[in-house]
Design a protein around this ligand. Structure first.
Ligand code: 3YP
Ligand code: ZN
Length: 365
């Protein structure tokens, strides 16, 4: 059992600069300069915990390479690539980058490509790509929501083009809607995109259950918007009743997970309650499904998650699940978060899940 692991120091050098969280600092509006929410800390501290805990010794280090123009242009327009080469924001005014930002974005997309190729080639059984900047909001012609390049979409396109992989399922558990990945493959019945997210957070007016794919791809986009306050019980039910059955029906050759941790109990950018044990359970259900459906071929690509103190424990639990660790690192915050009222499935969450269950019948099998 070998689990691939991608990380590179340059991921921490992607410079989102001085910001007021997600807005450009502007004293005239009372916006005191601070850090951008998407700064290096949360992800760098995931890597450092993986090293300090010793988990790194159970992983197979994979070397990321920069995604080439050819790989990027399978998904993005030449105009978007040119903007990243010369500009300082990916397109929406909230996705800044410093000098050399495109080089680091290439290395992030290339990190997910390397992870997917290694799994498809059988060099490792599964993999975790701890990349930065994130990618799931990026559209063919623009970045958005802290994302420069559509890392996962680029990796999907790469293994389909060069490895003969046909059917890929992307499961997005970031708390925000995976609109970019969905848009890239909306008309493609051979790529299933499933996004589980907090209802109507970001992008605004996106991720509705009624977004189901287009044309020949109808049914291949599945959205599971959940109410604010959803915790471990609600997520477990969404996995068991919608996401795993969706994978069973679609029967992928490869699963890629957009692994965001901003559904975590302490995240500043959303209002969910998932804990490290909840993320472990979510990951285990996906790993188990991939084991039954596609010889265990599953790749996790890191996306959002903005509490630098808690994200490391959540991601560490997921990487442990991938590596089949039997004596996991205890979550020191478990007494604080696992027993909060509302962690179990609530009736209004159950309603949202039941509504999403109705989408299963139209998934192309
Ligand atoms: C982008 C601007 C406001 C919310 C923010 C979301 C970024 C993110 O974590 N996406 O997955
Ligand atoms: Zn997010």
């Amino acid at each position: 059992m070998a689990t691939g692991y991608v990380y590179h120091e340059l991921y921490g050098w992607h410079d989102t600069g001085t910001h007021a969280g997600l807005l450009p600092a502007d004293p005239r509006r009372g916006l005191q300069p601070h850090r951008h929410f998407e700064n290096a800390e949360a992800k760098r501290r995931v890597h450092e915990l993986v090293v300090v805990s010793g988990l790194i010794d159970r992983l197979t280090r994979l070397r990321p390479r920069p995604a080439s123009d050819e790989e990027i242009l399978r998904v993005h327009t030449a105009a978007h690539l040119a903007r990243l080469a010369s500009g300082s924001d990916a397109g929406d005014g909230g996705s800044p980058f410093g000098p050399g930002g495109l080089d680091i974005a290439r290395l992030a997309a290339g990190g997910v490509i390397a992870a997917a190729e290694s799994v498809v080639d059988g060099e490792v059984d599964n993999a975790y790509a701890l990349v930065r900047p994130p990618g799931h909001h990026a559209l063919p012609d623009t970045g958005m929501g802290f994302c420069l390049l559509a890392n996962i979409a680029i990796a999907v396109a790469a293994v389909r083009a060069t490895r003969g992989v046909r059917r890929v399922a992307v499961v997005d558990i970031d708390v925000h809607h995976g609109n970019g990945t969905q848009a890239v493959f909306a008309a493609d019945p051979d790529v299933l995109t499933v996004s589980v997210h907090q209802e109507r957070v970001f992008p605004p007016d996106s991720g509705h259950r009624t977004e189901r794919g287009e044309g020949a791809g109808f049914g291949s986009a599945v959205n599971v918007p959940l109410p604010p306050g959803t915790g471990n019980g609600g997520y477990a039910a969404a996995m068991a009743r919608v996401v795993v059955p969706a994978l069973e029906r679609f029967a992928p050759d490869l699963v890629i997970v957009a692994a965001g941790y901003d559904a975590g109990a302490t995240d500043p950018l959303a209002r969910m309650m998932v804990t490290a044990s909840g993320f472990r359970a979510i990951a285990s259900s996906l790993i188990e499904a991939a084991g039954r459906l596609c010889a265990g071929r599953i790749v996790f690509a890191h996306e959002g998650g903005y509490d630098p103190v808690y994200v490391p424990f959540c991601a560490h639990a997921v990487i442990e699940a991938l590596a089949g660790v039997t004596e996991p690192l205890p979550d020191p915050f478990s007494p604080n978060f696992d027993f909060m009222a509302g962690q179990d499935l609530q009736p209004h969450q159950e309603e949202a899940i039941a509504a999403a269950e109705a989408l299963l019948a139209d998934i192309p099998g």
